[in-house]
Design a protein around this ligand. Sequence first.
Ligand code: ADP
Ligand code: ZN
Length: 543
Amino acid sequence: AGNKRHPWSDELENKLQNVFNLTSFRENQLNAINAVLSGKDVFVLMPTGGGKSLCYQLPAIVKRGKMETTVVVSPLISLMQDQIDHLKRLNINAEMISSKESAQSRKDAFRKFRNGELDMIYLSPEMLSKSQQCKNTIKLLYDSGNLARIVIDEAHCVSSWGHDFRPDYKLLGFFKKEYPDIPMMALTATASVRVKQDILSQLGIEHAHVFQQTFNRPNLIYMVRPKNKNSTFEMINEIKMRFPRFTGIVYCNSKTQCESVANMLQTNGLSAAFYHAGMGNEDRTNVQNMWQSGDIKIVCATVAFGMGIDKPDVRFVYHHSIPRSLEGYYQECGRGGRDGKTAFCTLYYQFADFKSIESQIKRDKDLKSQVLKDRHLEKLRNVLNYCSNRIDCRRKLVLQYFNENFNSKQCRKTCDNCKSTNTVEVRDITESAKDIINIVKKTQTWDVTINYVIDVYRGSRVQKIVQNGHDMLPEHGKGSHYHKEDLQRVIQLLMDEKCLFEKTETKAQFTHSYVKYRHDLNKPLTLAFFIPTVDSPSRSNSR
Ligand code: ADP
Ligand code: ZN
């Protein structure tokens, strides 16, 4: 259906390239756009980062009349603001109306909306439920034939089965009742069947065309490895042995890391370059072109690389540091194996990288609200859980994140956990958890870090611990049989349980995180431990 020509096909192509600066559509985007432009109700199910916004932003500027406006309902004001800023940079006329703006800017937005000056108007659901002016203006547009379509973004918010139910979304059912002939597009990344059915019936679009894709990429092999000082050499050897003359990407976490890793690859005779946001436009384009044409085989890059890149024969993707979110990880790995042939995705994980990205997020001035920061921190924690999980199928874990049910039998040992012959033992860690809480309680006044607490528990006698007298605590040394990494997991678990939390302070540009006590443990805790077989990689960073 994607290839079928429509009266608007040329215009779509043209605006995709010249307004959005994109070269081609991703899976389902064109189909969904064609369906909604044909006047159908449409339901789009795509992973986060899959490209849902284009599905309604592009049709919004393919207009029958100059005054036609697309109405978008979106639950988060900060995300709306991001989108509006982006659209304005593309010279698209978009405004938002929510309770958060000043009276004046809301008035301006209403005026433009009423006069049909906008391509798109973003409305918060609260506005729709509370503001009569809002409803009247939509009616006005409808009566003059200028209401192009209704878009419900994050449509899972309509369902109380979902993870993010918003009571105001319930009222969105009125659109189809009042304007049955206006096409509606609902979009979400939530793939559970129950939520999907609920969305369709709540919005009154049971007959909508559903565009849904499995998020699974069967030709990608997923692996997580412990990171230590030899990891870069391990990677270099592996590239030489397994992927000579093949194309790949090494994702790094910082500009300096990109440069130093690229340097090491070159020194070891590999064809590599680096790519990051600190380079000039020309240099970046150069590297990208050379990589695209095969003159350079490996790019060591930050996440800035890969947007809009479509090289089919990428055979390996390394993450030299952990990614910031599983969505990001999924997207970055997704640049491998576009030709359908096998590609290897290897992630190097160490707790220290988690801590350093965590403090980057905490310091990030672009993340203006605490809510936004917390979201990023939670996403990072999901990555940590993913990395320290040595039991469950990687595919299952990634897909679970997108709410897709995946039967791990279908993995057919194409991830390290499914392939591994290592065994796992679930142990009761309640007593140890209580010990750790006790250490935190007793060291409150010193402002101690997670690692400090772990060191005390494992019986370290470093100067600072002895000076503070914490080697005298009864818990000192009680945890000497634990790997450091396992105790980090225990502490994360205690934070999830809200027994402990981290307090962050910025002193002279440096951000420090101290672990603090909130309340006692009121239930038993268990943790899965990994029992390595003889020839599995050592965990040399743990001791
Ligand atoms: P979602 O809303 O599904 O989470 P977005 O719409 O924010 O995803 O898109 C995620 C990223 O993908 C954005 O950076 C966007 O520019 C990019 N993107 C979307 N469609 C395409 C495309 N056809 N080609 C290249 N990049 C795209
Ligand atoms: Zn698996």
